[in-house]
Design a protein around this ligand. Structure first.
Ligand code: F6P
Length: 531
């Protein structure tokens, strides 16, 4: 792999940015080029993507494509699909794409499909609620063992078994588990202990507490086998915990890429085998698009390149995701781990500090809620934050008129960000709620919008298992693309280790009260918090 900043394309992009990109004006671009929307719209499985409200044009794309070629992004992508150990710091392959390939079509196909088949058979037995007696499923896991399955179960709510209530417990904060346990009857509950490593402090603490609660409800040790199941790569540790129904996966599945594996068990329980297979098919269709579409037609590649353009040339520090569908309420949280745990890195593959910025801050809320909270800052704040709108054409509810209102708001926000409003325009408008004593010109400054703020709009026909699979895989591959351009390892997460180790060191000090050797701040805080 060749790191982006060492290429001639990078220097050319710098020149293009200084000459053209820095002063690029979207409004002028639309006037200059009446074909702009068609030229900057991509079609990928299940997704229509309008990138024309971004600060790019065909010349910018030309330079960005040169960059992708010179960095060898497509070769790196092919190496991932082939199962080469591209996660160099852990010596592992990165094969979440194999999890959604049809039987016989990808690496480790038999292993993958044997687990899927066993998991689906189990899920169907539990979903026969009259026979199984299960009414509540509690997934105990954190990070990738929580965010992906939770995001998908919330998104696919109309497909969820009507007699099953799904719960997700992640935090070591006992309030999380206690909130759920209050509503449960032990004999109707299935606990999934979801942990790739089966060593994560939060998950182990919650699993132990759930087991203690279960036995305290008058259930027997022998009942644990029916009411606890594990999804893990560490089957031995699950057995030591006393769980004998276990669905496994492999070290070549990263935690944040694991919803397609046994970690997806809550999804399978919630929606059933056939819709889960559609989720996998949607992701696989996006995998084929990423693997096969030529560079200039390849949507994940364009998005990853756009991310580099914004982060490293425009200097934008964050990206906001605004799904205009309540079902995607947990999608931004899921994307935070996907993108920031993958690309929040400061050294390249060779361990050399990189002289450029990497992962943006990714954040967001569903529309229209965000409009009444932080959109003020997006429109009039001092930072430019590219926004990603996700619109879904067909709702899965029958409430008249509401969906049109939602979609009108979605389009209006991207329009407003782009068009803005000059002080002169603001002057001409009446402002009935404004102070009558304030100078009109001064008021107009407050009421004007700079505009030229970029956004992307994705359109899905409907939010289905298949489209959710494609959308999620699209984001996985765009994160891969920007990581590959930056020459970093998107598949490790050493940055989470230090805090974990220090927490383990501090833990006994809460009991002993010993603050010797601690910095002054931590010592004082520990004294205050330890009872
Ligand atoms: O702490 C980070 C992390 O390792 C994530 O990458 C992972 O998704 C999460 O913890 C949970 O890990 P596990 O599934 O092993 O419990």
């Amino acid at each position: 792999m060749i790191r982006c900043d060492t290429t001639t394309a990078w220097a050319a992009l710098r020149g293009h940015f200084e000459a053209h990109g820095r002063v690029f004006d979207l409004r002028e671009a639309f006037i200059r080029d009446t074909e702009r929307t068609q030229g900057l719209t991509w079609s990928a499985p299940e997704i229509h993507a309008d990138l024309s409200k971004n600060l790019i044009d065909t010349a910018t794309l030309h330079f960005l494509h040169d960059l992708a070629r010179e960095c060898g992004v497509e070769q790196h992508r092919d190496a991932m699909f082939r199962g080469q150990p591209i996660n160099v710091t852990e010596g592992r392959a990165v094969l979440h794409t194999a999890l959604r390939a049809p039987r016989g079509a990808g690496p480790f196909s038999d292993e993958v499909h044997d687990v899927l088949d066993a998991m689906f058979a189990y899920a169907e037995r539990v979903r026969d609620t009259a026979a199984s007696g299960i009414r509540h499923v509690v997934n105990i896991g954190i990070g990738g063992s929580d965010l992906g399955p939770q995001m998908a179960v919330v998104a696919l709510e109309p497909f969820v078994h009507p007699a099953l209530t799904m719960h997700f417990v992640s935090n070591v904060d006992g309030h999380d588990l206690a909130r759920v346990l209050r509503r449960l009857k032990a004999e109707e509950t299935l606990f999934i202990v979801a942990s790739k490593t089966f060593t994560t402090q939060e998950t182990m603490a919650n699993a132990m507490a759930a087991r203690a609660w279960f036995l305290a409800q008058g259930m027997k040790e022998a009942d644990i086998a029916k009411h606890f199941v594990a999804t893990t790569t560490n089957i031995k540790a699950a057995a030591q915990f006393g769980i004998d129904t276990t669905f496994g996966f492999w070290d070549w599945v990263g935690g944040r890429y694991s919803l397609w594996s046994a970690i997806g068990l809550p999804i399978a329980l919630a929606i059933g085998a056939a819709p889960f297979r559609s989720l996998l098919e949607g992701a696989h269709a996006m995998d084929r698009h990423f693997a096969e579409a030529p560079l200039s037609c390849n949507l994940p590649l364009q998005l990853g390149l756009l991310d580099v353009w914004y982060r490293n040339f425009h200097g934008f520090t964050s990206r906001s995701v605004a799904p205009y569908h309540q079902g995607l309420a947990r999608f931004p949280a899921y994307l935070q781990q996907l993108e920031m745990e993958s690309n929040g890195k400061r050294v390249d593959m060779a361990g050399e500090p990189v002289p450029f910025a990497t992962s943006p801050v990714v954040w967001g809320e569903p529309g229209t809620n965000g409009q009444h909270a932080y959109f003020q800052m997006l429109h009039q704040g001092t930072d430019v934050v590219p926004v990603e709108f996700i619109a879904v054409r067909t709702p899965s509810h029958g409430l008249a008129d509401q969906h049109t209102k939602l979609l009108a708001n979605c389009l209006a926000q991207s329009q407003a960000l782009m068009l803005g409003k000059s002080a002169e325009e603001a002057m001409k408008e009446s402002a009935p709620t404004a102070s009558a004593t304030l100078d009109r010109a001064q008021l107009a400054q407050h009421r004007s919008f700079p505009g030229n703020r970029p956004s992307t709009t994705f359109v899905l026909e409907a939010l289905t298992p298949r489209s959710l699979g494609a959308l999620t895989a699209l984001y996985e591959h765009r994160v891969f693309t920007s990581g590959a351009l930056w020459g970093i390892n998107s598949f490790d997460q050493w940055g989470v280790e230090l805090g974990k180790a220090l927490a383990n060191q501090l833990l006994p000090r809460f009991a002993s009260g010993d603050v010797q050797g601690l910095d002054g701040s931590t010592a004082a805080l520990l004294k205050r918090l330890a009872s």
